[in-house]
Design a protein. Structure first.
Lengths: 191, 180
């Protein structure tokens, strides 16, 4: 069968002949439907717009999620307030009293108190070091140089961390007040 | 000037009036196109009652979205596009598609005597074609669209239409041979 024969055949396919009443009534039925409650649009455009809507919803969710996430992060209060010099002193004395002669420094971070302890009491320095780390990353990679020589701290990520360095205070002869026992004593070496 | 041409000349005015909620104008548009849309739906679905439903849906949708019709373009192509998409959507539902085929087989027993056996077989073969190939063939062979118009109606390229028509004809030939 050649294409023209097939075209002729297809054009003359049997089709139902609806009565005239049907054609007369059809427009009125449509008009009545249109006057009734608004109908949802039929499938063609819904199908076409579905991916667009899905993408739009995804973008909005992403934007809201990022806004909320960054907002919470930016408005998060500092984990710990800065220590006053008197508090440094009290803290130093309490810890030094537990391991006399070995304590070289104290690092206070948002997650707790870290100590720098010499292997023996002979390595003790008379200039104690107390450092409070305030900043984004309480587990920031601090590198503590030997205290007896330099007393300096070098953060691996300086943009993330701020240091409050207080090493020149004079420890009083006796603790001004009796402090409750520390709960967060870590291992002898810095954690 | 033929009556069809006269009707076509009236179309822009009828569309503008329909946009202003003029029901009579839209009714005139419906009367002009309803049988053509019905035939398209019937050829696509093979079930007269479903074709009736589709015609209603098409006109309801067309009225509700008439503001999206671009003035100056072909209203017939726009309407056919809605109708074809509606038919394709209908065909996607396998259950209804199967029912359509069964329904057509039942109808065939009552109408086969009145129509040529060859035409009946051709219709059966047409309903077995994949929906998009069927749409391409119905628009080009039955409705007389050229490939560009069919492409515009179906929202694809002319090359795609040409390929679908080619495949549809090939498949039709095979199906008709098998039913001999």
């Amino acid at each position: 069968m050649n294409p023209s024969d097939m075209n002729h055949l297809l054009k003359n396919l049997p089709t139902p002949s609806q009565p005239d009443e049907f054609w007369d009534a059809l427009p009125q039925r449509v008009i009545r439907r249109l006057h009734a409650a608004p109908l949802p649009p039929p499938a063609p455009l819904r199908r076409g717009l579905a991916p667009v809507w899905a993408a739009a919803v995804a973008v909005v969710c992403l934007a809201v999620g990022m806004r909320v996430g960054f907002g919470l992060r930016l408005t998060e209060p500092p984990a710990r307030t800065e220590f006053a010099p008197a508090q440094f002193a009290a803290l130093y004395h309490e810890i030094a009293g537990r391991i006399p002669g070995n304590l070289q420094g104290i690092i206070v971070t948002a997650t707790g108190v870290n100590m720098i302890v010499a292997p023996s009491s002979a390595a003790r320095t008379d200039r104690p070091l107390v450092v409070q780390v305030i900043g984004a990353d309480a587990q920031s990679k601090l590198r503590v140089l030997p205290l007896g020589k330099d007393h300096s701290l070098t953060p691996a990520q300086p943009e993330l961390t701020r240091f409050v360095l207080a090493r020149s205070f004079t420890p009083p002869a006796a603790p001004p007040v009796k402090m409750p026992p520390l709960r967060q004593l870590k291992s002898p070496h810095r954690t | 000037m033929t009556s069809v041409d006269k009707e076509r000349d009236k179309e822009p005015a009828l569309i503008r009036r329909s946009l202003q909620q003029d029901a009579e104008a839209f009714e005139a548009l419906m009367r002009h196109y309803q049988q053509r849309i019905f035939l398209l739906a019937y050829r696509m679905t093979g079930v007269a009652t479903d074709a009736e439903d589709i015609v209603q849906e098409v006109f309801v949708y067309a009225y509700q979205h008439l503001h999206e019709f671009r003035e100056g373009s072909s209203f017939a192509a726009w309407l056919y596009r809605i109708a074809t998409n509606d038919c394709l959507d209908w065909l996607k539902r396998r259950e209804r598609r199967d029912r359509a085929y069964r329904g057509w087989l039942e109808d065939r027993s009552t109408t086969a005597s009145a129509v040529g056996e060859m035409a009946a077989r051709a219709h059966e073969a047409l309903l077995r074609l994949p929906p998009k190939q069927r749409a391409a063939l119905v628009l080009t062979a039955c409705e007389g669209f050229n490939h560009a118009e069919a492409a515009q109606t179906l929202g694809c390229s002319e090359t795609t239409i040409s390929w679908r028509v080619f495949m549809a004809r090939k498949q039709m030939q095979r199906l008709l041979r098998n039913t001999e």
